[in-house]
Design a protein around this ligand. Sequence first.
Ligand code: IMP
Length: 427
Amino acid sequence: MAAVVLVGAQWGDEGKGKITDYLAERADVVVRYQGGSNAGHTVMVGREEFKLHLVPSGILYPGKLCVIANGVVLDPQVLVQELDGLAGRGVDTTGLRISDRAHLILPYHRGLDAAQEEHRGQAMIGTTKRGIGPAYVDKTARTGIRVGDLLDWEEFEKKLAHNVVVANELLAKIYNQPGYDLRAILEEYAGYTERLRPLIADGVRLVNRALQEGRKVLFEGAQGTLLDLDQGTYPFVTSSYPIAGGACVGAGVGPTRIDKVIGVVKAYTTRVGSGPFPTEITGPAGDALRQQGMEFGTTTGRPRRCGWLDTVILRHAAEVNGLTGIALTKLDVLTGLEPLKIGTAYRYRGEISQDFPASLKALQECEPVYEELPGWQEDITGAGSIEDLPVNCRNYIRRLEELVGVPVHLIAVGPRRDQTIVLKDAF
Ligand code: IMP
């Protein structure tokens, strides 16, 4: 199998970093296809922890081609910092390429993101304030500036001059915020251009050539299905398409090229930012799960809301992504919890529904229907095979597979590379 898409099946933060790292070792090419520096993937290499925001996780293996594809909104300031950080730790980053079709995040996008969040007041989305939404707004409004524009400085200057005027007007007149200085941005971005010039390439050709040559390509999704602009809990979503179809749009490959789609599922559910969350556990029990799972944002450090596994969400994810397998993460965090609960359906106005609703108002009213399963007390962090897992743990996995209708292929029982049980290889 040559092309595998890896997606988050919940609200992001499913532990994709670890699974991408595992699959990246087996891939030749790793492609990031959407989002931007709102993402944060944590990868453990031995005792060393790497937090990546933009660079595909494949960079930690020498000799891999890593592509930041056209669907990404790229903040060069973050990328340069990340490259410096990796170089400082001895990681070779020469395998990285950036698509000339990717859109740029500019300082006023970050300013607008923060101003708009403040303006929303109670209705705030809880964005990462990394400028993601405003950059995608420019892209769809057809006024965005692309990475390739950096290579034609006159063109870049012209587009930027126009956009800075518009952004400053918006900031001043609607949000009562200070504006940005065109010259300062030009100077800053001239520096980034010199630095990034050798990495800018035709990402669409690179990825398609690799597929034609039969090389193994991993498409690495950021965020998760419920943060997808169309399939998520709109408007409490991100501005891109984290679902598997997003890989086709965001990297310029046809759907016929994709062989498998692996959904990363955390053994429980978490969410950052605002919006309804039916299986949320509030109070001390929720705090305990947060501490046990160390559920604090990689990008913003915010505490994540925690709850039980919700298979209504996962069936939705299985459908909209066409999942062929599941990578189950952080199973060890459930050790010691008794009993375990799994959300199997929602009760909405007295009726039982198996389906995830489009309306947030309806979701807000949905009460989860739970099934209780006995937990396990044994430490599972050293388990090397499915047989090493306690019987109640195996039953939990089996029930998840039954309720979602997708087999589990990988199980993570701890953050290290070797704490992974492989039932079926993706490549
Ligand atoms: P934005 O992507 O910064 O615009 O934020 C929109 C929503 O997506 C907010 O609820 C964020 O908390 C959420 N979000 C964005 N990136 C991630 C992520 O990598 N993990 C989890 N939530 C995210």
